[in-house]
Write a protein that binds this ligand. Structure first.
Ligand SMILES: C[S@@+](CC[C@H](N)C(=O)[O-])C[C@H]1O[C@@H](n2cnc3c(N)ncnc32)[C@H](O)[C@@H]1O
Length: 258
């Protein structure tokens, strides 16, 4: 999405409501405990030559790891900072004190970047529309409480009402049958906004427990041709990232107009 926006010379703004720490060291004890990267970037990295469509993302990882590999992994703010130009701006919100301090340590020295320790959902209404009013908003909440889904949907709709021409990307998890609230979340937004794109990537079957079997992104005002690009990319990504052996489960993907 940023690549599409960068195709025009006009400056743009990248806004993130839940920015996290900026980048992550996959060699720490905490990262090694779950070693989630082994199911994700490790498998993709081995096949990276087959994915020129995401060379910007892979290039951001390479830039952080001059000696090779992916041990230092960029969070979304670092990806955006890597791609954006000197004339662009980044507005990053992060509520958690430790995360926000780490974010400041990693990216605070960059004159294009403003870091705000605040509630990102309230912040969206307060800070939008940005100047210049051209750019992308990423909303990547932790969804720790059931009530967060409704708050997120309402905040996205309020942000969109304040800045209808912004591009918005909302991430959401696909969870086990007992906890999956994606249909409510999407339904709430779909009821009010017509120009959207919904894409999901699932890597195993949905089961009746609390685990995550995939995730989705709801995009409002999607850049031109994004749908076609994702239609090509997602099935190939699903193939590389599938967790269950083919035969027991086929990775599914879904793409369409919200
Ligand atoms: C899933 S992580 C974001 C990861 C980030 N997008 C990345 O790619 O590195 C969610 C972050 O939201 C923060 N957070 C939780 N509630 C928040 C809120 N109400 N406002 C802003 N940040 C919040 C958490 O501390 C956590 O760092």
């Amino acid at each position: 999405m940023l690549k599409a926006l960068l195709a025009k010379p006009k400056p743009l703004v990248y806004v993130e409501s839940h920015a996290g720490a900026g980048r992550y060291d996959l060699g720490t004890e905490q990262a090694l405990k779950t070693a989630e990267y082994r199911l994700g970037i490790e498998r993709l990295w081995a096949r990276r030559d087959a994915f020129p469509a995401i060379s910007a993302y892979l290039g951001a990882i390479a830039a952080l790891n001059p000696d090779g590999g992916f041990a230092v992994y960029p969070g979304s703010p670092a990806l955006a900072a890597h791609l954006l130009r000197a004339e662009d701006r980044l507005i990053l919100m992060e509520l958690h004190p430790t995360e926000s301090q780490t974010l400041r340590r990693h990216l605070g020295g960059d004159p294009r970047i403003g870091i705000h320790r605040r509630d990102g959902l309230e912040g969206l209404t307060a800070l939008l529309p940005p100047k210049p009013a051209r750019g992308l908003v990423l909303i990547d909440p932790p969804y720790e409480q059931a009530s967060e889904y409704r708050r997120v949907a309402d905040a996205l709709l309020a942000a969109h009402a304040r800045w209808p021409t912004g591009v918005y990307a909302l991430w959401y998890p696909r969870l086990g049958l007992q906890r999956d609230r994606s249909a409510d979340l999407i339904g709430r937004i779909r009821g009010s906004v017509s120009d959207g794109l919904l894409c999901e990537l699932t890597v195993r079957r949905q089961v009746d427990d609390f685990g995550m079997h995939g995730s989705g992104m709801l995009i409002l005002n999607p850049p031109w041709r994004l749908k076609e690009q994702l239609a090509d990319l997602l099935p190939r990504l699903a193939e590389v990232l599938a967790i269950e052996e083919t035969g027991r489960s086929t990775p599914t993907w879904k793409i369409g107009t919200a």
